[in-house]
Each structure stands twice: as C-alpha cells, then as structure tokens.
Design a protein around this ligand. Structure first.
Ligand SMILES: *Cc1c(COP(=O)(O)O)cnc(C)c1O
Length: 391
C-alpha cells in the first residue's frame, strides 16, 4: 500500500485570499450578516448578469429552496414536479413548504428530468416544476419553460450543481421564477455552508429575504449598524436562514477563482473521458453544443454484467486504493421515509432506479493535481482489469 494521502471526495480548494479575508472579518468585530454578505450578493448578481435586488444570500441551498417555494405563492398542498435523481433536500424543501412532491423520471443520456415525463405527471393540482441541472448539465429549459407557460406553472431551478451552467447564452437560475444555489463544502463554490436565491421578480426576492430572517421587516438587517438602533417589525413567520459575513468572506474569493477552478475541472473531466473510452463502463454524455456544463460531477455507470464488479464493489476497490468516491444519487424512491409517506417505489421511475444503482462519482475537485488524476485513472483501469497507463 502506498503512503500517498487519501484522495477525499469533494475536497475544496481554499486559497490564502479566503483565509486572509476570514481573519480580517473576525478582527473587524462584525461576523454576522453585514457588509461582506452585501458585497458577496452584489458580486454574485454581477456574475449572473442580474440586478442586485434579484439575489438574496442564505445559509444553504436547502434554505433557498424552502424560501423560494414559499415566495412562489403556491396553494397549500399543491403538486410540485421534480426528479428522483437529486439530493433529498430538493424534496424535503417541497414537503417543508407544505407542498406535495411528484416525481418525473430522468432522461437516460442527460440524467436530467425528462420533459415528456413532466408532461405525463401534470395534474389539475400541479403548480410548479423543480428541475435540477444534474452534475452541472443544463436541463432542457426550452421545453420545460414551454410546458410551464402552457400550464401556468412556476419554475424553481435547483442550481446546486450549476453555478457556471449556461444554455444558449442564458445562465442557470435565470430561466425560471427562482434559481437556488449551494455553497456547501463539496460544491463548485464553497462558503462551508451557504446558498443564494436568484429571482426574476425583485419584490419576491425582498419577501424571500424577510422570510430568511425571522420574518422581520427589512430594516432588521441593519438594526445594530453604525446608523443607530432601528426598531423592526415582524411581518410574517420566517426562518433563521441568513448568511454570515464569515461565510461571505470565503464566498467573495471563491467567486473570484470560480472560472479558474472551472477550467481545471473541465481539464480533469476531459482527461477522464479519454482515459476511460475503452473500458466497459458508461461515461457521461459529452456536453451539448450551445451549452456550458459546470463540471460539478463526473459520474460513471458500473453495471455488474459488463464490468464483472458491481458499483459498490467498485467503490470499495477504489477506497482500498486510497480514492474516495460518491453516489449521486440513489433514486429518492429508494428511501424508506418517502416510501412510507408518499408510497413511492423505485420501479415507478425505472431510469433513475437503474442509474442510481450503477452510478459512481469520481473526485473532480480543482484541488486535484495531475499526479492524483493519473493515480485515479490507473486505479480505475486496475479495478476493471484493463491495462493501465495513458493513450
Ligand atoms: C447539495 C444539494 C442541495 C442542498 O444544498 P445545501 O447547500 O447543502 O443545502 C440541494 N440540491 C442538490 C441537487 C444538491 O446537490
């Protein structure tokens, strides 16, 4: 066994600038929601090409989804269509907002929600669609927005994988009524925990901002500032979802290195694509033309019949070679809570079920060096019993 360090899946790349900004924030005496959050919101809005009043920072994408679901003004108990191939937070947010999640299967190639399946899932009680730009690949937003328009549905994009994603020149999060972003530790931009809501309508974003801080009127954000104490009013029953300046201190510099990190992940992704071309595994589809893939996840499908090893065996073999991997995702219908509460069965969404049982995500952090990547490539070849080495 080599003494080389374990490759931790999803380890973030944190630079000296982030560290210095966090220290400066700590020394400033203002660590809660304040000037750095305001700067981070402005910088994120500029990155997305939207006005400053169309974004609100929160403390997770889960919080962003929850608040967006409420700010969308849907009827209690309304049905919300989403994908089974997502993180549980997508569906939990729908449930927490008092709405009913309805699954529509994914497309085998893109692994994003299939527009035909959305149409088939629409009922008189459907009021919203939550597409997830899976792995950083854009969903078919032309068709999804057309379906939404035809049926009068809200669209809340789960952009947790998709900060850099674009389709035909438009940026992820700007197609629907809301876009919700994650800055969790493993995501393309991290603030350790954090999120952002982007909205088409600045009034709804103003409401989301109030909901994210106890339902306190907007002056509450400034109540202890150097402008003197301000009374606040509670105008609805909100949550405690605000981002802190410590998180924004990280985010400001993570945003500054976003494109450089994207370039690095693209290079890793392309290296994997060519290195695994001859193996009996299924590689991800290449990015569609006219789109920008965010390269958040590099997912392989390991089918026991073709590979002589199943997905879990493959993960264990890589673990033994010092390489951490992830699963994105088991179909949500595999989980007991949803089976019991909603009666879901994996077989009802067969494409997501098959993908979920075969998929494995390799490390794709910008932090990986060339040596790490070649070690991962060699280990994958070794585990699949093929020859190692380049070319
Ligand atoms: C990570 C993730 C979330 C939740 O993000 P948090 O910031 O951890 O709350 C939601 N949806 C998807 C698809 C994710 O990958």
């Amino acid at each position: 066994m080599s003494a080389r360090a374990y490759v931790v899946f999803g380890a973030p790349l944190i630079g000296e600038e982030e560290i210095a900004e966090v220290v400066e924030c700590l020394r400033s005496g203002w660590i809660g929601t304040g000037p750095r959050v305001a700067r981070f919101e402005a910088a994120f809005a500029a990155y997305k090409g939207v006005s400053r009043d169309r974004v609100a920072a929160v403390n997770s994408c889960t919080a962003a989804l929850h608040v967006a679901m409420i700010a969308a003004g849907l009827s209690p108990g309304a049905e919300v269509i989403t994908t089974p191939l997502t993180f549980c937070a997508t569906v939990n947010a729908i449930l927490h907002a008092g709405l009913k999640p309805v699954l529509a299967d994914v497309d085998e190639q893109s692994q994003c929600i299939d527009p035909d399946a959305i149409e088939a899932a629409i009922s008189p009680r459907t009021e919203a669609i939550v597409p997830v730009h899976f792995a950083g690949r854009p969903c078919d937003m032309d068709r999804i927005m057309a379906i939404a328009k035809k049926h009068g549905l809200a669209v809340i994009e789960d952009c947790a994988h998709a900060i850099e994603t674009e389709l035909a020149g438009s940026k992820a999060g700007t197609f629907g009524d809301f876009g919700c972003f994650s800055f969790y530790a493993t995501k393309n931009l991290t603030t350790a925990e954090g999120g952002m809501i982007l909205g088409r309508d600045s009034e709804r974003i103003a409401r989301a901002r109030i909901l994210a801080l106890h339902g306190m009127s907007k002056d509450a954000w400034h109540r202890f500032s150097d402008k003197g104490y301000r009374h606040y009013q509670v105008v609805e029953c909100g949550f405690k979802y605000n981002m802190t300046d410590l998180q924004a201190a990280l985010g400001l510099h993570q945003l500054a290195r976003l494109e450089a990190n994207w370039e690095r992940r693209r290079a890793l992704w392309e290296r994997y694509q060519e290195a695994f071309a001859d193996l009996p595994i299924l590689r991800p589809a290449d990015p569609e033309p006219e789109s920008r893939h965010a390269y958040h996840l590099y997912t392989l499908r390991v089918a026991a019949e073709r590979c002589g090893i199943d997905r879990d065996g493959f993960m264990q073999a890589l673990h033994e070679r010092g390489i951490g991997t992830g699963v994105h995702y088991l179909s949500l219908a595999e989980h007991p809570y949803y089976q019991q509460r909603l009666g879901w069965r994996p077989e009802d969404w067969p494409v997501a079920m098959r993908i979920g049982r075969e998929t494995v995500s390799l490390p794709l952090s910008a932090r990986l060096g060339d040596g790490d990547v070649e070690r991962i490539v060699a280990a994958v070849h070794e585990v699949l019993g093929a020859s190692t080495g380049r070319g």
